[in-house]
Structures are given as C-alpha cells and as structure tokens.
Design a protein around this ligand. Structure first.
Ligand code: NAP
Ligand code: GDP
Length: 322
C-alpha cells in the first residue's frame, strides 16, 4: 500500500471474520494498524449491500481506497441445505454491487472472501488454487458455492477489461469470538459449543449431528484476520489464495466434539445423531502457496484457539447474536 492516506473499508465488519480483523487492527504489533490508515467496519445497518443504491451510497460516503469484502449470507450445512436459492441470489447480488462500485470509485485493491466448500465435490486431494472451477461443488451448498465462484470470474474480468486489482482468498472453516452461535443455523464449532453449554447447564445429553467421521481444517478467526491483512498488503495476484492450516492439522468432527467437551469441562452423556446429514466428507486444502509466500506465519494451536472461543462464549452468552 502507498504511504499516503488509505481508507480501508471492511464489508461484513460485525461478523466473525470482520470482528477478528478489527481486533487485529487494534491489538497486533505486526499486522495491526499502520500510520496513514483509516479502517472502516461496516454492518448491515450502514446499508443493505443487496441493494445497488444503498451500496453506491456507502462508497460515496467513505470513498475507500481499499476494500476487504466479507459481507455475505453465511450459514452451516443445515442452513444451506434449506435455502440454496437464497444463498445463491443474495451473495451474487452483494458481490456484484460491491465489485461494481469498487471499480466505479477507483478502489486500488479489493480482497474478497471465498470458502473451501466451493471446490469440486469429486476431486483429488489436497485441493489447490487451480481447482476452483473443475467440476460441480457438493450438492448441500451449491447455491452459496456457485455465487462465490463467480467472484473469481468477476475478478479476472475486471482485471482484464479495466485493469482492476481485485483478488480473493479461500479460507477453510473459521471459528472464534463473535461467531454465530445459533443452535440450528450455525457452523459446527459454534453450534456445538452452544449445545454443550446447554447440556451442561440443564443436565441433558450433548448430541452432535451425523457420524462424527467427516474431516475439516479449522482456522482461528484471529489467524485468518492476520492473513487477510497480509494479503491486502502483500499478495500480488488476481487468482485466489487458500488461507488454511496445514493438511496435518485436519481433524474429525468427533475430535472437535472431544475438544469442546474438554474445554467446557462437560462430564455428561455425549453421542451422535446419525440420522442427521454429514455433508461433505472432507475438503482437505493445501496451504503450500500461502506458506511459500509467507513462510514465517505461525498458526494458533487448535486447542488454544478453541479454549479462547469457549471462554468468550461463556462471558458473552447473554448477548450473543440470536
Ligand atoms: P458472519 O459472521 O455471518 O457475518 C456476516 C457479515 O455480513 C455481518 O457483518 C453482516 O452484517 C454482513 N451482511 C450480511 N448480509 C448483508 C447485507 N445484505 N448487507 C450488508 N451486510 C451484510 O460471517 P463470517 O463467518 O464472518 O463470514 C465472513 C466471510 O467469510 C463471508 O464472505 C463467508 O462466506 C466467508 N467464510 C466464512 C467461513 C466460516 O466458517 N464462517 C468459512 C469460509 C469463508 P450484520 O451483522 O449487520 O447482519
Ligand atoms: P461445512 O464444513 O460447510 O459442512 O460446515 P459445518 O460447519 O456446518 O460442518 C458440518 C459438519 O459438522 C458435518 O459433518 C455435520 O454433520 C457436523 N456437525 C455435527 N454437529 C453439528 C452441528 O450442531 N451443527 C453443524 N452445522 N454441523 C454439525
């Protein structure tokens, strides 16, 4: 980034990833705020990004020089299965409005957020950056996945046609403070933390969905935030970059349950409801490209990050988003 004043606008600033970026900007000596930077964190109260006029008004108001684009309709397996069309349309519209205005207002760089669930369902492992468009995504969340894939198509086209510097990153499953801890429409870690907490409070069984066998790579939201800021400052390509922990740190959903039980100190009955869907078995991603560009990056160990998240949940249980 240039040493002159930058206005870095973060869409989706009130979400899991946006709050983590805010935390890193304020607290991290290496990746935090630099002189000349002004950071703006948007929420849906600043305007609905599905709406073209409201999106334009936001760009007119803040005149960003850089954009980290996080805002999206986001949900776990069960939310996606119930509403593929909504996930497709809302995200397509949000992304189109943000990128169009970024081009119109001469934004110098945009980093948008994709997800490893957008990769082809039938693929070889580990998945890498070249595979985004090589076959249909998993059926459970094809709406969300296709809308996210189109960001990469738009980034390429904006660059080709107008020379825009719009890129994207592909995080694996994310968790941390400020997550959506809803009991049904959430991702596995926040959903299970909430369920385990209630089981402990009410002396009822802790029940996890599916078989516990699927495998996932989880990245702590504050690590992802550091990498987002590094990408904005250092990554030079238009093609997406996978932001993931190493392949060896992939864990089963059963291991996630065990870690939550341990972090929560839960001692009651704990089992699986195998009538519930497992979703994709795995989506193991390679972080080789990331580590070749940022070889010194240190990830927070999973159990440390999970304990911090459980502690945050317990301290904020009365005010978590419903
Ligand atoms: P989140 O916690 O659900 O937050 C979503 C954010 O988007 C909130 O700030 C929300 O604002 C905003 N938003 C949603 N719809 C909007 C609209 N129509 N207009 C304006 N703002 C809107 O999501 P997250 O987990 O932080 O996800 C951030 C990004 O990471 C997303 O692009 C997601 O696809 C991607 N990602 C997430 C994961 C994961 O495991 N969570 C994994 C891979 C990729 P309000 O708070 O005001 O509603
Ligand atoms: P995904 O990685 O996109 O599939 O997203 P999730 O975070 O929803 O992870 C889903 C995996 O966790 C699936 O194998 C689910 O069967 C399993 N799982 C177990 N319990 C839960 C739960 O309470 N909520 C969610 N979302 N998934 C659960």
């Amino acid at each position: 980034m240039s040493p002159s004043k930058s206005v870095i606008m973060v869409t989706g600033g009130s979400g899991l990833v946006g709050k983590a970026i805010d935390w890193v900007v304020e607290n991290d000596s290496k990746y935090g705020k630099r002189e000349g930077e002004e950071w703006v964190f948007l929420t849906s109260k600043d305007g609905n990004l599905i709406d073209p006029a409201q999106t334009k008004a936001i760009f007119e108001k803040y005149r960003p020089t850089h954009v980290i684009h996080l805002a999206a309709k986001v949900g776990g397996l069960f939310g996606n299965m119930a509403a593929n069309l909504d996930y497709f349309r809302d995200n397509l519209l949000i992304n189109d409005n943000v990128l169009h205005n970024a081009k119109e207002f001469g934004v110098k760089k945009v980093v948008s957020c994709l997800s490893t669930c957008i990769f082809p369902d039938k693929t070889s492992y580990p998945i890498d950056e070249t595979m985004v468009h090589q076959g249909p995504p998993h059926d459970s969340n094809y709406g969300y996945s296709h809308s996210k894939r189109m960001v990469d198509v738009m980034n390429r086209a904006y660059n080709q046609q107008y020379g825009c510097n719009f890129t994207s990153v592909i995080p694996t499953n994310v968790f941390g403070p400020h997550d959506n801890f809803h009991l049904v429409n959430s991702h596995v870690i926040p959903g299970l933390i909430h369920k385990c907490y209630l089981a402990q409070q009410n002396n009822t069984p802790f029940i996890m969905a599916g078989t516990g066998r699927p495998l996932r790579q989880f990245i702590y939201s504050r690590d992802l935030a550091r990498l987002f800021i590094w990408t904005l400052r250092e990554y030079q390509e238009i093609t997406p970059l996978i932001l993931s922990v190493p392949e060896e740190e992939e864990v089963s959903i059963k291991q996630v349950g065990d870690s939550i039980v341990k972090a929560m100190g839960y001692t009651g009955d704990y089992r699986f409801d195998t009538t519930k869907a497992d979703g994709q078995y795995k989506k193991t991603a390679s972080n080789k490209k990331l580590m070749s560009l940022n070889p010194d990056f240190q990830f927070t160990p999973f159990d440390v990050a999970l304990s911090e998240t459980v502690e945050w949940f317990k301290e904020n249980v009365d005010t978590i988003r419903k």
